[in-house]
Design a protein around this ligand. Structure first.
Ligand code: GLA
Length: 378
């Protein structure tokens, strides 16, 4: 039996299994479909898993990079639109994607000079961002082929797993990582991370989806309204490495405690290129668990995206490096500020900052984390 026939058969079987799991009165059921999406440079097949919920929201994730390829949600008139930047086909993901939708790690964001010391031993990681290590190095988790499996015990989940051997990109310890994407019926995309190691290491994994709530390729995000649950941020030097300071947002363009237009004070942020590319320190709540980290509202479509997480920080990146050279979905050009990322995370360069929460994972421990992107309309 050929491969695409087999995939179709899997899809039909999953549909049948899922329907029997659901209440009989459900008008339209959840479904998961699997389709071939392309081939890596070494000829390995890449599959695309599409989750759909009862409201018609759809999220597609591919096995390369465990990458979110599409996020299709309704606007206030019920029209569905894709709010995530990316490509229609697989090939450009191999050659020109600035981490569109991908899982980044083993350490998301930057480590100064790609160097850190753990238990008295200094490790040199791959450097791929000037002198620094960014998003896991030259071939991070975003450029690896993951194994996918539909989660039987859930109504709409796919679990992606990856083994990152000891020494890969310079990291100590073999890391086993699982990332589970779940699409719920209240239009939330839940991302759960779980990791273990066989030797002490550092871990900071996140998802790097670029959103534009007016629809990918439909202009700039400067007119989106952003609210962040953070009274502090971590200032950076000229190459975006935190200085170690935890600074109040008060009186600065980093103050999003009340909803503000992203574009309102962006020019004052500085940087090269100018814009937001910083980590905010999420306010601690008395109760442990998920906190509301961010909320974004797009006035023309009425779309709202809320971000909930158990992580201590969030990187708000305003798409500063997009420069019009990438043609994305539907042939639309992505210019500067045409997408934003809200990457829930530990603070950048934590391994070199004793004052930041630790990112060390030791044998016997299980790293667990959850982030939810929930969509609604206003
Ligand atoms: C992250 C970084 C940015 C940039 C983008 C990818 O958000 O913080 O500086 O590297 O990824 O272009």
């Amino acid at each position: 039996m050929n491969r695409s026939l087999l995939l179709k058969l899997v899809t039909i079987l999953v549909g049948i299994l899922m329907n029997t799991n659901q209440s009989v009165c459900a008008a339209s059921a959840n479904s998961i479909t699997v389709t071939p999406f392309g081939k890596t440079s070494s000829g390995r097949e890449v599959d695309l898993y599409t989750l759909e919920n009862k409201q018609g929201m759809k999220v597609s994730i591919m096995t390369y990079g465990a990458t979110v390829v599409d996020v299709i949600v309704p606007d206030r008139n019920g029209n569905l639109g894709d709010v995530s930047l990316g490509f229609d086909t697989f090939q450009p993901y191999l050659t020109k994607s600035p981490y569109f939708g991908a899982i980044v790690g083993r350490y998301g964001n930057r480590i100064a000079n790609g160097r850190f010391t753990l238990d008295g031993k200094t490790y040199q990681l791959a450097t791929n961002d000037g002198p620094n290590h960014l998003h896991g190095g030259v071939k991070g988790f975003d450029k690896r082929l993951w194994t996918a499996e539909i989660v039987r015990s859930s109504s709409n989940s796919v679990r992606f797993t990856l083994v990152s051997p000891n020494g890969q990109e310079g990291y100590p310890g073999t890391l086993h990582l699982a990332v589970t994407y779940t699409l719920t019926d209240d239009n939330a995309l839940k991302i759960s991370y779980e990791a273990t190691t066989d030797a002490p290491t550092i871990v900071n994994v996140t998802n790097h989806t670029y959103f534009n709530l007016a629809g990918a390729g439909n202009g700039s995000i400067l007119g989106h309204e952003l609210k962040l649950g953070a009274a502090h941020f971590t200032p950076v030097n000229s190459v975006l490495i935190p200085t170690g300071e935890i600074k109040s947002v008060k009186g600065t363009p980093m103050d999003f405690r009340k909803p503000e237009l992203i574009g309102k004070r962006i020019k004052e942020v500085g940087g090269n290129p100018i814009g937001y590319d910083h980590n905010w320190v999420l306010d601690k709540k008395l109760l442990p668990g998920l906190k509301s980290a961010a909320e974004v509202y797009e006035p023309t479509t009425g779309r709202v995206m809320e971000v909930l997480t158990d992580q201590p920080g969030i990187q708000f990146y305003s798409g500063n490096f997009l420069d019009g050279t990438i043609k994305g979905k539907g042939g639309k050009v992505y210019d500067q500020y045409d997408g934003f990322c809200l990457e829930t995370q530990h603070f950048p360069d934590s391994p070199n900052e004793p004052g930041f929460p630790s990112t060390v994972l030791r044998p016997g421990e299980v790293f667990k984390s959850t982030t939810i992107y929930r969509f609604s309309i206003r």
